[in-house]
Design a protein around this ligand. Structure first.
Ligand code: NAD
Length: 253
């Protein structure tokens, strides 16, 4: 499979390139506005892609994989529509208008988009869905922890967990952090902590009177996301029907 990688010099992009090469795929276009730092050369595979393309150009690959920033993703979507190229989108933090552009595009091309490509998190979401069905009267609180460089908060993974609980138990309101006078209402609280090099931790608590269930997922390697994104690219290669697919479609969970 020939792949394009957008955000190829980033923490995730470099790993996607490495994993693509290791899985015997060819990285034919690697886009990023910045140079790959000298440390990246040490990552197996990155050397084999040649140079980075600083200005995004017409796509010439089977699948384009994106771990960049929302503005760059939208530009990639426009190019993918022009060339009818399938997309795997891992970037998070889209606003409503950007989400709408992606949804519109998915009526014309197959797109796999997930705020989390790890197998574990997709099973974690499934467990949360099941727990929500059984614990409808419990208060639900979500906490996530990430490294100090993460741009968006709360994480796409936490928002997706909140959406799952919301749909199952019918709570309308999400509350992002609390301060001052804050008697708990009918809501789901979502909190974010940022610091150091934490790859990603998510905690979902179902709190009742006299007991609490906690479901959590901890990631300590970004490889899980990169491997999942390659798996999604391999899956979407065989999908011809346009649509907005998720990692659960890829994994069949
Ligand atoms: P990063 O900052 O290390 O990498 C982003 C890269 O995008 C940078 O190298 C930056 O130079 C590049 N970029 C910026 N503007 C660009 C443009 N106009 N064109 C091309 N490239 C451009 O960030 P990261 O940790 O690799 O994360 C990237 C995104 O992926 C974030 O939104 C993050 O939340 C998300 N993420 C998703 C998953 C998942 O499983 N879905 C996992 C980890 C991270």
């Amino acid at each position: 499979m020939n792949v394009c990688v957008n955000g190829a010099a980033g923490r995730m992009g470099r790993l996607v390139v490495k994993n693509a090469v290791e899985a015997n795929h060819k990285v034919v276009q690697a886009f990023d506005v910045r140079e790959i730092g000298k440390d990246a050369g040490e990552l197996a595979g990155v050397g084999k892609i040649g140079t980075l393309i600083q200005e995004m150009s017409d796509l010439n690959c089977d699948v384009a994989i994106d771990f960049s920033v929302p503005e760059a993703t939208i530009k990639l979507v426009e190019l993918a529509l022009k060339s009818n190229t399938k997309l795997v989108i891992g970037t998070t933090g889209f606003n409503d208008e950007q989400k709408r552009v992606i949804e519109e595009a998915s009526k014309k091309i197959p797109i796999v988009m997930s705020p989390n490509f790890s197998v574990g998190v997709n099973v974690f979401w499934k467990i949360i869905e099941e727990a929500s069905k059984l614990l409808r009267d419990y208060d639900v609180e979500i906490l996530e922890i990430h490294h100090r460089f993460k741009r968006d908060a709360p994480s796409g993974t936490a928002l997706k967990a909140a959406e799952i609980v919301k749909n199952e138990i019918g709570v309308e309101k999400l509350v992002f952090g609390r301060s001052g006078e804050c008697l708990r209402g009918d809501e789901i609280g979502v909190m974010a902590i940022r610091g150091g090099d934490v790859v990603g931790e998510h905690y979902v608590m179902f709190i009742g009177f006299g007991e609490r269930i906690e479901i959590n997922h901890k990631a300590w390697s970004r490889e899980i996301f990169a491997r999942g994104a390659i798996k999604a690219a391999e899956w979407v290669m065989n999908v011809d029907k346009p649509g907005l697919y998720g990692m659960r479609d890829v994994l069949g969970v």
